[in-house]
Design a protein around this ligand. Structure first.
Ligand SMILES: [Zn+2]
Ligand SMILES: [Zn+2]
Length: 347
């Protein structure tokens, strides 16, 4: 099969012929029809993710068609159109059986602990637990564009923060996952304030349903500006970028009893920011929560919103590229430029 691979961290990806993945006894091999290019792939390529060992094939936001199943994969058939969350859980531990597959201690991570879907084929272990059937009307590019970003945003907003209609949702950072959060928040009936430093990203956030936007380069104190624009502070606030500045802006923009959810992965010097424990956590009684991925069992709620026409993940996809261009697409992320989601749709 053809796959895009890197031999050392930061080295240009090359498209090569590699052996097809083996069919797991309890899983499936999927012919990849589309795969999103995500900032997490960029982290993997740069060597920031401790799970990744080169040579490596990235890619964790795929949609495709099952080409083969193992003898112990019983609920899926050759020809089924599927995706899977990037956290491939064991399906047997107490966390998995309790519905919290993202914290499974035995998890594999697609495109991180093992090779991913920048390839013609990808293996999905524990298929009955991890595979997700796609609705008829959802095309593979839109499904891949949904990828980890829409699912991560959905879990952050619907599950972790339990956002209610009419509440103010502040979204700091309007890249792929931030834009997805704006779209989901608006679809759930919240008032959404989108914050970024790039005018084109703010324009994209408005188009995705943001009630208000804020250029974070303008005010001296972004947290105070958010509290003014949201009648006393956001009920729910997301750091969709994962840097110290957006984390501080997010928690400082909350009202009393507000809920912060950390979506962006804070790496390097951003891993341990100071937390205003007295002013915010104690006095203002805010909650600080994390989120990472979404369990396969939570897809039906999200897919139902898409089927009902309340969410349009396909509109997040701004660029379709061939596999050959995947390396350039990753390299472009060095500059944090561009809006929306890039999807590989030719292999
Ligand atoms: Zn498990
Ligand atoms: Zn991703």
């Amino acid at each position: 099969m053809r796959a895009a691979i890197f031999d050392t961290f930061g080295a240009q990806l090359e498209v090569r012929d590699l052996p097809d993945p083996a069919v797991p006894d309890d899983g499936a091999v999927v012919r990849v029809e589309a795969c999103g290019v995500c900032r997490s792939d960029w982290h993997a390529w740069k060597g920031a993710d401790p799970d990744v060992v080169p040579p490596h094939v990235p890619g964790h936001e795929f949609a495709g068609v099952i080409e083969a199943t193992g003898p112990d994969c019983r609920w899926f058939r050759v020809g089924d159109r599927v995706t899977a969350p990037f956290v491939l859980a064991c399906g047997q531990c107490a966390d998995c059986l309790g519905g919290e597959a993202t914290i499974c201690a035995h998890q594999q991570v697609l495109g991180f602990t093992g090779w991913g879907a920048f390839a013609e084929r990808v293996a999905v272990p524990r298929g009955d637990f991890n595979l997700v059937a796609l609705p008829e009307g959802l095309d593979p590019v839109a499904a891949a564009g949904m990828g980890c970003r829409v699912t991560t945003a959905y879990r952050a907003i619907a599950d972790r923060a339990a956002l209610r209609p009419g509440e103010w949702l502040a979204v700091h950072g309007c890249g792929g996952v931030g834009l997805a959060a704006v779209m989901i928040g608006a679809a759930m009936g919240a008032q959404v304030l989108a914050i970024d430093i790039a005018p084109d990203k703010l324009a994209a956030a408005s188009a995705a349903g943001a009630t208000l936007t804020l250029d974070a380069t303008a005010p001296a104190d972004v947290g105070e500006a958010v509290r003014e624009m949201t009648d006393g502070g956001a009920h729910v606030s997301l750091d969709a970028l994962g840097i110290t500045e957006t984390f501080h802006n997010s928690v400082r923009g909350l009202r009393r009893l507000g809920r912060h959810v950390q979506i962006g992965m804070p790496l390097g010097r951003h891993a341990e920011p100071t937390v205003p424990l007295l002013e915010l956590v104690y006095s203002r009684q805010i909650a600080i929560m994390g989120t990472r991925g979404m369990a396969a069992s939570r897809f039906p709620g999200l897919l139902a919103m898409i089927e009902a026409g309340r969410l349009h993940p396909g509109t997040l996809v701004t660029r379709r590229i061939p596999l050959h261009d995947a390396g350039d697409a990753l390299a472009e992320m060095d500059a944090y430029a561009g809006t929306g989601v890039t999807v590989i749709d030719r292999f």
